[in-house]
Design a protein around this ligand. Structure first.
Ligand code: NAD
Length: 304
């Protein structure tokens, strides 16, 4: 018997699946038995235009390989229509890959309100709208897998991407909270920060680098996170070029003034200790973050 991870009977919705990473995810799920909703607005890389061609082409590719797929051409801003396509054609939704995206790069000094709003609407509001429409169906079924697509630009910041990095890191916050809210209903939510050669990166990377960063090197992680055997939730993963690794928060042991009044000068005097990662911990939730600090309250100071 084969040990292949299969998705037979599972309905997978992938936004922005007409190109790049989304297309690669869709082909992989389609080849492994999933019923795939290939969503793509078919617009340009900067958010203009509309065409059914991109989604149709990927649906054709999945079908000619013997898989099952249906196209949807709505913007992720109309998330309910995308989820309705899954319900109308396949009767359920098990997996949602929030992947659709555009870029409107500009230095912050030159960024317009339109650059900001458009990136907000496609990335953050779009992922919210599709997830919010899928959420009650996953909860009712007692099963769901959602993947958010963030970016290293969001995690670390990147020149010329204030709008994009803000919305991309917001998706991690959304995914983190959904991972808590979904846990009891077996709805797992994880976030990936991919790097891949695509039309979003071909303008900023040399051609040989774009060619080496195959989207197909990202999709196996997405497929594993979306599988029923994978219990991971609330994770953040960097993935690309064959590498994948998990990220977490790290906090210095810091200094606790233990409720005594203290001055900016006291903060300056302790700055080395506050910023020293030689010893550190890794809070994974708000209790682990604030619990130890609260436990220290009222304890007598150690001086200094
Ligand atoms: P891509 O341009 O090849 O594909 C994105 C797809 O999303 C396009 O087909 C586009 O038509 C579609 N889309 C855009 N707006 C849409 C909307 N409103 N509704 C539905 N579909 C829409 O880009 P890609 O590189 O494959 O990017 C996929 C995702 O990965 C994006 O969210 C991007 O921000 C993220 N990402 C990519 C990289 C990378 O290195 N390629 C790095 C970090 C994050």
């Amino acid at each position: 018997m084969s040990n292949d991870l299969r998705y037979d009977g599972r309905v997978v919705v992938i936004t922005g699946a007409g190109n790049g990473l989304g297309r690669s995810h869709a082909l992989l799920f389609g080849a492994r038995g999933a019923k795939v909703v290939v969503n793509d607005l078919g617009g340009g890389a900067h958010g203009g235009g509309k065409s059914s061609a991109a989604a149709d082409k990927v649906v054709d590719e999945i079908r000619s390989a013997g898989g099952e797929a249906v196209a949807n051409y709505d913007s992720v801003e109309d998330g309910d229509k995308i989820v309705q396509t899954a319900l109308d054609h396949f009767g359920r939704i098990d997996v949602l890959i929030n992947n659709a995206g555009i870029l409107r790069d500009a230095s912050f000094a030159k960024m317009t309100d339109e650059d900001w709003d458009l990136i907000y609407r496609v990335h953050l509001r779009g992922s919210y709208k599709v997830s919010h429409a899928a959420w009650p169906h996953m909860r009712a079924a007692g099963y769901g897998r959602i993947i958010m697509t963030t970016s290293s630009a969001g995690i670390y910041g990147n020149f010329g991407q204030a709008n994009y990095s803000a919305m991309k890191l917001a998706l991690l916050g959304l995914g983190n909270t959904l991972s808590h809210e979904g846990r009891a209903k077996n709805v797992n939510v994880n976030t990936i920060a991919p790097i891949a050669g695509s039309r979003l990166t071909e303008t900023v990377m040399p051609a040989d680098v774009v060619a080496a960063l195959k989207p197909e090197f990202v999709s196996p992680l997405v497929a594993w996170l979306a599988h029923e055997d994978c219990s991971e939730t609330g994770g953040l993963f960097e993935v690309g070029a064959g590498f994948m690794g998990k990220l977490r928060w790290e906090r210095t042991l810091g200094h606790n003034f233990r409720g005594r009044s203290f001055s900016p000068e006291d903060v300056a005097a302790k700055w080395e200790k506050i910023t020293d990662f030689a010893e550190a911990n890794h809070p994974a939730n708000v209790n682990e973050s604030f619990g130890p600090i609260m436990a220290e309250m009222g304890k007598p100071g150690k001086g200094g």
